[in-house]
Design a protein around this ligand. Structure first.
Ligand SMILES: [Zn+2]
Length: 314
């Protein structure tokens, strides 16, 4: 299956906005200024990129508007109709500008630190600005347990406003991370207590395959995105292919809770077309109906975001 053979639009639900400015802000924030951690993080990222035959990580020294033009080109060249962009720097002016400039093809997921006393007010302020449609939280970097009731007012606000929350759970490339906070099953009380909150767990739980599947069983409001190289499969104590992961989630969570994404992020790598093509290949082998394919490749995320398809998408 190739993108141009599909007669419906593809939405990539997981792309990172990273220019030089936000990257250095993020490094400062998540390393807490620790130079040893910063050096180790860089080494780890470049080693990982080399192992995937990718160029080293670089972040363009461009404004939000200039980055928007760059990403619009990347999406168009790869047959992607729209993208959900994430940013891990709270209240980034560049990210706001990027999302504004990318309308109507970009949707933004902003962030706040759930342990910050001003988190709820900060999120409310960002909701007024327009352009943002969801929240991205990263417990291993923000160092909080997702079931910590300190974060509940934030979840309550997101639920009330119909904003989905993407929680990165599981393994991560970030050297700054503290993986004690990343078990997907910790989301079960959150899913239980906020039944109308749409939760997205990226990369099928990033290594916590069993826990992610158990979470799917417990919480009907948890969705899973397919993004990234899913290299975590390499670290399981048994052999499992990405195709088997798709089959397992289709049988446990169902096609309406699986959301396509690539986790594209830095340049010069740009859009991760290899991931798009590999996943289209797998999806083409699973005997899915056209409706199910359409939902996985864009319909599900649009439903969560309460977005209509633009006529130009057809
Ligand atoms: Zn990501």
């Amino acid at each position: 299956m190739k993108p141009h053979e599909l007669d419906f639009p593809i939405v990539d639900a997981h792309i990172h906005f990273m220019n030089q400015k936000t990257q250095s802000q993020a490094v400062k924030l998540w390393s807490r200024g620790n130079q040893t951690l910063i050096a180790e993080d860089k080494k780890r990222r470049n080693k990982h990129a080399a192992s995937l035959n990718n160029p080293p990580w670089e972040f363009p020294d461009l404004s939000g508007s200039e980055m928007a033009v760059k990403w619009q080109t990347e999406l168009a060249e790869n047959g992607i109709s729209r993208g959900v962009f994430l940013c891990l720097v709270p209240e980034s002016a560049d990210f706001c500008e990027f999302i504004r400039r990318g309308q109507p093809r970009f949707w933004g997921f902003t962030t706040v630190n759930p342990l910050d006393k001003r988190a709820v007010a900060g999120l409310e302020a960002q909701m007024q600005g327009g352009g943002f449609v969801g929240l991205k939280l990263f417990p291993a970097l923000q160092r909080f347990y997702v079931h910590d009731e300190q974060a509940y007012p934030l979840y309550e606000l997101a639920e009330r406003r119909g904003w989905p929350i993407i929680f990165h759970m599981g393994l991560t490339l970030a050297y700054f991370a503290d993986v004690r906070y990343t078990n997907p099953l910790d989301l079960q009380p959150v899913g239980r207590d906020f039944p109308k909150l749409n939760i997205i767990v990226p990369h099928f739980g990033t290594g916590y395959l069993r826990e992610a599947l158990f979470l799917a069983y417990h919480c009907a409001n948890v969705h899973f995105d397919t993004s990234s190289s899913n290299i975590w499969l390499k670290y399981l104590p048994y052999s499992f292919t990405l195709k088997q992961v798709f089959e397992k989630f289709l049988s446990v969570a169902g096609p309406e809770r699986i959301i396509f994404g690539t986790d594209s992020s830095y340049f010069p790598r740009g859009y991760r077309s290899q991931i798009l093509h590999a996943q289209l290949e797998i999806l083409g082998q699973l005997g899915l109906s056209k409706e199910e394919l359409r939902n996985i490749l864009g319909g599900n995320i649009m439903r969560l975001l309460k977005q209509e398809q633009a006529p130009s998408d057809d």
